[in-house]
Design a protein around this ligand. Structure first.
Ligand code: RB5
Length: 154
């Protein structure tokens, strides 16, 4: 895991809870201060509630990055990308993790606990946290994702 102990916000729904616990433990062992946004129970809950809490922490600076886990990672990533300034990616591999940091400056990593095992998710999360944004031509492209840069329909 990364050498730098930056703060990380983590959240999951009931389907993501088992993988959240694995990731949370690894992040804590690596020395990252953790903002635990829940859930921590097996009762059925709604994934957007946890995505919104994690994204708020990233956007207001309490966390440098966010980690979200649901059954597929898809619902969490959709919810997260509703927030201007959040760039969330669903990760199934270290390659995706590295490239979404290097090219997209992703600030939220989403995982599907029903689709990726803990080892794959941990490796991807390590790659995500250890990779810097490359800037340059990628910064120009990110500027085109700002709300005021999106062309009106039609
Ligand atoms: C919960 O059953 C499931 O729908 C949720 O965890 C997630 O996969 C949604 O995208």
């Amino acid at each position: 895991m990364s050498e730098t102990p930056f703060p990380i916000a983590i959240g999951a729904d009931h389907a993501g809870l088992p993988l959240k616990l694995v990731l949370q433990q690894a992040l804590a062992e690596a020395g990252h201060p953790l903002l635990d946004c829940g859930t921590n129970a097996t009762a059925s809950v709604d994934y957007p509630d946890f995505a919104h809490a994690v994204c708020a922490a990233v956007l207001d600076g309490r966390a440098s990055f966010g980690v979200l886990v649901c059954g597929t990672g898809i619902g969490m990533s959709i919810a997260a990308t509703r927030h201007a300034g959040i760039r969330a990616a669903v990760l199934h591999s270290t390659t995706e993790a590295r490239l979404t940091r290097a090219h997209n400056d992703a600030n939220v990593a989403a995982f599907g606990a029903r689709l990726v095992g803990p080892e794959v998710a941990l490796d991807a999360l390590r790659a995500f946290l250890d990779t810097a944004f490359e800037g340059g031509r990628h910064a120009r492209r990110l500027a085109k994702l700002a709300p005021n840069a999106i062309p009106a329909n039609g």
